[in-house]
Design a protein around this ligand. Structure first.
Ligand code: URP
Ligand code: ZN
Ligand code: ZN
Length: 462
């Protein structure tokens, strides 16, 4: 018994065309202008709809011990929410404490994820300490477990942050293994000193988070990473880039031949610093790092996405409740758990505000929300495209749906949405996970536990 998707318009990063898609087992076996159903086949009529490759979110935090608390979602709640929003695969971060062994953190993350996700997933392996013992373990994790990317934090001094010497050795190791290193780029010392000055001056509210992490601090972090990438010839990926100053640093480095990739987030395209200035501690909902920027940055980011200078559009999904978790920083903004939940909303918000407004063409939409993540992180062409042999992760998308985002109806585990009331002009009507229908018209109908941890190829070697 197969799955046949008929009469839709298929969109890939380079093409748009009408054809039927036949899926057998877990993969796509045929694409042709007209395919007849066989007895027992399940059919989906995609007339008037687009058929996209399953979307990939390359930056989520589902299990995350952070700032004295834990992110709120589980792999079950998050994967259901992801699928309802059209994301069929996500890349989480496995983050050992600085005193913890990477192998132990890897086991913990697997305990949380395996058997609990409804869609496929993988991790970036964070390097929070880099010595000989850690290097041996990382080699094993890349080569034997297929975790082909690292993560370093240039921020969060005293917690996840690594000193320069260890950054250098991490990049050298990554280069030798063909792994890519993703990086949170903000100068940790500047952030810490600015935080101390602001708190000492009685500037304790969420609106001051922005002043503790100005654009120049992110630009310095980005330039810093580029220097180290240039010295080691390693491939690097700047996560959650938020502003023109940091983008300029990355573009300058690319002109020098640095192998750099850039990610931005849906929140930096649609929200600005005034959200974090909302009265009555409401601004805490919008405290994230880097902070929401001046609105003028949004056009810069949209343009760079359209020109494919920014490669990927992610969420940095970091779900903390407002009432019980964000309030940990009621008297001190440095204690507000950083981040915003948006895993369920990324694709619909990008379609509504990018494609529907004419800022992005459909192919670029697919490229930045799916294909590039697969290519950069060693999943292509299994994921990120529609072709014979690829996993049958497909999104039949209704461009005529109209709705609104609300915490009252979302499937993420948090008590608020950063996009409350935002209109949506399009949503997935059917989503498949390796050939099984997992979503119909906003309802999860899939199988928890079907999601597998993916082994990825280390494609950034010589
Ligand atoms: O504010 C953010 N981005 N929180 C999540 C952790 C991180 O820095 O990615
Ligand atoms: Zn970060
Ligand atoms: Zn993050």
């Amino acid at each position: 018994m197969g799955l046949l998707i008929q009469n839709g318009e298929i969109v890939t990063p380079s093409e748009r065309y009408r054809a039927d898609i036949y899926c057998e087992g877990e993969t796509i076996s045929r694409i042709a202008s007209k395919i007849e159903a066989k007895p027992g086949d399940e059919t989906v009529d995609a007339s008037g709809k687009y058929v996209f490759p399953g979307f990939i979110d390359p930056h989520t935090h589902i299990y995350l011990p952070f700032m004295g608390t834990y992110a709120k979602d589980t792999y079950t709640t998050a994967s259901k929410a992801a699928l309802i929003g059209g994301t069929t695969c996500f890349v989480d971060f496995c983050i050992p404490g600085r005193d913890e062994e990477p192998r132990d953190a890897f086991a913990t993350w697997n305990e949380k994820s395996e058997g609990n996700s409804a869609c496929d997933f993988t991790y970036h392996m964070a390097v929070t300490r880099c010595d000989d013992g850690v290097k041996e373990q990382l080699k094993h994790i890349v080569e034997k477990e297929g975790i082909a990317s690292f993560k370093v934090f240039l921020a969060y001094k005293g917690a996840f942050g690594v000193p320069d010497e260890e950054l250098y050795h991490t990049l050298k190791l990554a280069r030798s293994l063909g792994a890519i290193t993703t990086a949170h780029c903000e100068n940790a010392d500047l952030v810490l000193e600015l935080q101390k000055e602001l708190i000492a001056a009685g500037k304790t509210g969420p609106e001051y988070h922005y002043d503790s992490r100005p654009a120049v601090v992110e630009a310095e972090g980005t330039g810093h990473l580029m220097t180290f990438a240039e010295m080691t010839d390693a491939s690097v990926y700047v996560v959650h880039l938020s502003c023109k100053e940091a983008l300029d640093e990355a573009m300058r480095a690319k002109e020098r031949g640095v192998k750099a990739y850039v990610e931005t987030l849906i929140q930096y395209l649609l929200l600005d610093k005034t959200y974090a200035e909302r009265p009555g501690f409401e601004g805490a909902k919008y405290v994230m790092s880097p902070p929401l920027r001046d609105k003028s940055n949004q056009d810069v980011l949209w343009r760079a996405l359209r020109n494919r200078l920014i490669h990927t559009l992610a969420t940095d999904h970091a779900p903390f409740d407002f009432e019980t978790q964000k309030t940990m920083g009621k008297d001190d903004f440095t204690k507000i758990p950083n981040g915003i939940p948006s895993l369920e909303d990324r694709v619909n918000l990008l379609f509504t505000n990018g494609v529907k407004t004419g800022r992005l063409d459909l192919q670029t939409f697919v490229d930045c929300a799916s294909t590039q993540a697969a290519k950069i992180f060693g999943l292509y062409p299994r994921k990120g495209t529609i072709q014979i042999g690829a996993d049958a992760d497909l999104v039949v998308y209704d461009p005529n749906y109209e709705g609104k985002i609300s915490a009252k109806t979302h499937h993420i585990a948090t008590d608020y949405s950063g996009f409350e009331g935002f209109p949506i002009a399009g949503r997935p009507s059917v989503v498949t996970v390796r050939g099984e229908v997992a979503v119909r018209d906003g309802a999860f109908v899939g199988t928890v536990g079907r999601g597998k941890r993916l082994a990825r190829e280390a494609t950034h070697g010589a």
